[in-house]
Write a protein that binds this ligand. Sequence first.
Ligand SMILES: Nc1ncnc2c1ncn2[C@@H]1O[C@H](COP(=O)(O)OP(=O)(O)OP(=O)(O)O)[C@@H](O)[C@H]1O
Length: 379
Amino acid sequence: MNQNQSLNQSLNPNLKQSTPLHISFRTPLEHFTLDIDISIPSSGITVLFGPSGCGKTTLLRCIAGLHNAEHAQLSINGDLWERQGCEQQGVHLPAHQRAVGYVFQEPSLFPHLSVKNNLLFGHRRAKQQSPLSLEEVSQLLGISHLLQRMPDKLSGGEKQRISIGRALLSNPGILLMDEPLSALDYATKAEIIPYLEQLHERLSIPIIYVTHALAEVESLADHIVLLDQGRVTAQGPIKEMMLDLSAPLAHFSNAGSLLDAVVSHYDAAYDLTEFSVDGGTVTVPGNIGVVGTAKRIHLSASHISLTRQAALDSTIINILPVTILEISQADTAQCNVRLQLGKHSQILARITRRSKDKLALKTGDKLYAQIKGVSLVKR
Ligand SMILES: Nc1ncnc2c1ncn2[C@@H]1O[C@H](COP(=O)(O)OP(=O)(O)OP(=O)(O)O)[C@@H](O)[C@H]1O
């Protein structure tokens, strides 16, 4: 058993790993009815993404038992928490009996308690004593040096990490995070995202994460559920959803694709890091990480151009052979082009309709993708 497996088991020994979460609620709201019926993976981060007022917070509140829906069916890790409005006998586990960790937009620490006592409050709230110790949580979130401080001596990002720690110490079966970064400035967001990535890697409890920010989706999501006016418009694994030309994400102006990459070489003379990806090599400026480190890289669709021949005299250093899988109109001027890269990967390019016609591009064409600009979304 490796360290992660043992930490996962110790966090929640009763977790039935492979049972998907079944989440179904119907409840009238002010202007529309929230009507959701989804199954999501039992581990990893599922992002709820949608415009303001589409029902994201209400859905979290339903899961936490804070909003009563007329129709409900909720199974978490194989346990039935709620069943309402069907022929079978009703079930409603009260909010205080649900093993839910809830992190809000604004960190809500007790001002009269030290960081340590705020964290221990989560420990005491646990229905079953959390096997995860205060020390382990502090180390996971980088807050060990803050334990004796009072909340008014903490930055916004530190407060939010402590809110997350307190939620984890309550031994949750599910972690609900409602725009946990939206109250923080850009620099603090960047500081906290790596800790969220760590949580995601080291804990196998399901996390449902609400955000409006596409950058957070690209950094953190494994699975995405798109909501509009109380209904699911699309859902699925994030990499697939970004490449689905009929789904909303591919139509955003900042559409792109995610690629798994491993650091393969650092060129000290030019300060460039090379990554090996399925189908080639991608080079980015700077010394990014030790050889062998896995990263997730983001390729913006509008930063990819397509050529029939590999340009030999281009300043663009990332040029990869690709095959066209699908072309679809993105708007009146532009097309999305879904491309096969290597054996198992796909990327998205955004080109003008005029270029598509000029090059007479069609499915099956073998081309070269010139990638101008690669961003790392996982450090
Ligand atoms: N208890 C309630 N009863 C009736 N309507 C409600 C209730 N709670 C929220 N609403 C309404 O339901 C809609 C969805 O609200 P909700 O807070 O779930 O949206 P949201 O997607 O989380 O929005 P935001 O991204 O702005 O936080 C809103 O129009 C809101 O006014």
